[in-house]
Design a protein around this ligand. Structure first.
Ligand code: XMP
Length: 520
């Protein structure tokens, strides 16, 4: 399958990925300020630097003086482009240009206060003379290279920020991109708009216009596009954007695997068919999936069977679309760089599972991936701009295998019915007063046990529903949400009263690690 890049006719800023966990955050901050940012690998910078209006070097877990540390060609400093080195980015610049970087006796992690010593610096224009910043480094600059001047210091580090006396090269030892550096946004603004003279021409509306043009030129006048819908944000917004570009030459395929949440399939149908009049093939394959899952209790075996069935059903539907040459996917930027990060993936902590991804190459389509350079929250913003209803735009992540991995043990039609009703109550009650804001996921799980209860004067022996609600930023780690007692109490009462076959509700108070978010 071939891949496409997003068209870019506006100013570009490069964020060079030296392996920092904050790399993506830097790019996002730059975009929030109205400038287009793209992440670039160190080895590619020298070839591409002329395309950039300015460059930001990220931090890194490495030391600039390590033999295997990620480097760039020092010639980039001679190309006249503005450069801002953050943490390792500053240390690397120092190291490459003849200064000294050493392991610091007193490491600086967490909050620090810096004192500005150079009132002339454009990077700190309009800022207080002392400011709170967030540090996270074990090395420090001991001696600046020739031609560099200090801008700020802390009591531990003489060079908390520095600049070249005449070239637009800057370095900061702290992290302006994190919210713990309250004036960090102003520093980035000063770099982009003061030093680089950015015009701020990146908006969601301009992205949409360009993406529509690019899709039209890639697809041409006659070919058809297939888009696999999962019901999630990315594929929904991709489908609607592509429809805007090529109208009825788009056919969406939605596979109902019978493992969706209450009302989900109907929502997708009515959004695409009624609201947007988009051609939608609906494969009602629930029974097939259920038959494949009969008697299977091992979670990985369930995933395998669900994945296999999905591909088979999708293939059959896709074959029925004539002249289909392209397959559209809602691939996001984190999916793209996961496979090509500077050091083989360890630097990238955001992990997005693709519900409709993973289709085999043998399908023979060209890929259309309009969001390859974007983050999820940017796709949400595009969705809002396109008028996509909140029910889709704000949807919480939902795993590809769906409720199949939220029934611990064998998946049965009865189990699915109990879980679906319980899950709908969990979502409704948590969303009622906006408690879902700030949560990563919140859902019900059907536990693989029955317990004794008493209803009226009767003994019951019924199912247990577990409620899972977690806070997380990237799903790599998660904490259980401290939901108000009355919300938990309403959930419990309603499930036990309204869902036949449940006599106990428990709240999952496990963090990840050592638990995982899903039970399977
Ligand atoms: P865990 O359970 O590993 O989940 O803490 C982390 C995130 O990944 C989602 N998840 C999946 N998504 N297919 C998916 O598309 C899967 O098989 C799968 N397993 C877990 C989970 O919902 C959470 O957001």
């Amino acid at each position: 399958m071939s891949q496409t890049a997003t068209p870019v006719t506006h100013e570009r800023f490069f964020v060079v990925d030296f392996g920092s966990q904050y790399c993506q955050l830097i790019a996002r901050r730059v975009r929030e300020l109205g400038c287009y940012a793209e992440i670039v690998m160190p080895r590619d910078l020298a070839d591409r630097i002329d395309e950039a209006k300015g460059v930001i070097f990220s931090g890194s877990p490495w030391s600039a003086y390590d033999d295997n540390a990620p480097r760039i060609d020092a010639a980039v400093y001679e190309r006249g482009k503005p450069i801002l080195g953050i943490c390792y980015g500053m240390q690397l610049t120092t190291h490459l240009l003849g200064g000294e970087v050493e392991h610091a006796e007193a490491r600086e992690y967490g909050p620090a206060r810096i004192e500005v010593v150079d009132s002339e610096s454009r990077l700190f224009e309009g800022l207080d003379s002392e400011l709170d910043v967030w540090m996270s480094h074990g090395d420090r600059v001991e001696k600046l290279p020739d031609g560099f001047l200090p801008i700020a210091k802390t009591h531990n580090a003489p060079f908390a920020a520095a600049r070249h006396e005449s070239k637009p090269i800057f370095g900061v030892q702290f992290h302006p991109e994190v919210t713990h550096t309250p004036q960090g946004t102003q520093i980035l603004k000063n770099f982009l708009f003061g030093v680089c003279q950015a015009s701020g021409d990146w908006t969601m509306a301009s992205f949409i216009d360009e993406a529509v043009e690019k899709i039209r030129s890639q697809v041409g006048e006659h070919d058809q596009v297939i888009c696999g819908l999962s019901g999630g944000v990315d594929s929904t917004v991709a489908g609607i954007l592509i429809h805007k570009a090529i109208g009825d030459r788009l056919t969406c395929i939605f596979v109902d695997n019978g493992l969706l949440r209450k009302g989900e399939a109907q929502q997708v149908l009515s959004n695409f068919r009624d609201r947007y009049q988009i051609e939608l093939r609906f494969a009602d394959a629930g029974e097939r999936f259920l038959a494949s899952l009969a008697g299977v209790v091992d979670p990985e075996e369930k995933r395998k069977r669900i994945g296999h069935d999905f591909v088979e059903v999708f293939k059959a539907e896709a074959r029925s679309v004539e002249n289909a040459k392209f397959l559209a996917q809602g691939t996001l930027y984190p999916d793209v760089i996961e496979s090509q990060s500077a050091f083989g993936g360890a630097s990238v902590t955001i992990k997005t599972h693709h519900n409709v991804g993973g289709l085999p190459e043998e399908l023979g389509f060209e890929l259309l991936e309009p969001f390859r350079d974007l983050f999820k929250d940017e796709v949400r913003a595009i969705g809002r701009e396109l008028g996509v209803p909140d029910t889709f735009v704000e949807r919480q992540p939902f795993p590809g295998p769906g409720l199949g991995v939220r029934i611990a043990g064998e998946v049965t039609a009865e189990g699915l019915a109990v879980l679906r009703e319980s899950d709908a109550i969990v979502r409704e009650e948590i969303e009622r007063d906006g408690h879902h804001k700030g949560l990563w996921q919140y859902f019900a799980v059907l536990a693989p046990v029955k317990t004794v209860g008493v209803m009226g004067d009767e003994r019951t022996y019924e199912n247990v529903i577990a409620v899972r609600a977690v806070e997380s930023t990237d799903a790599m780690t998660a904490d259980w949400a401290d939901l108000p007692r009355d919300v938990l109490s309403r959930i419990s009462n309603r499930i036990i009263n309204e869902v036949r076959g449940v006599n106990r509700v428990v709240y999952d108070i496990s963090t990840k690690p050592p638990s995982t978010i899903e039970w399977e």
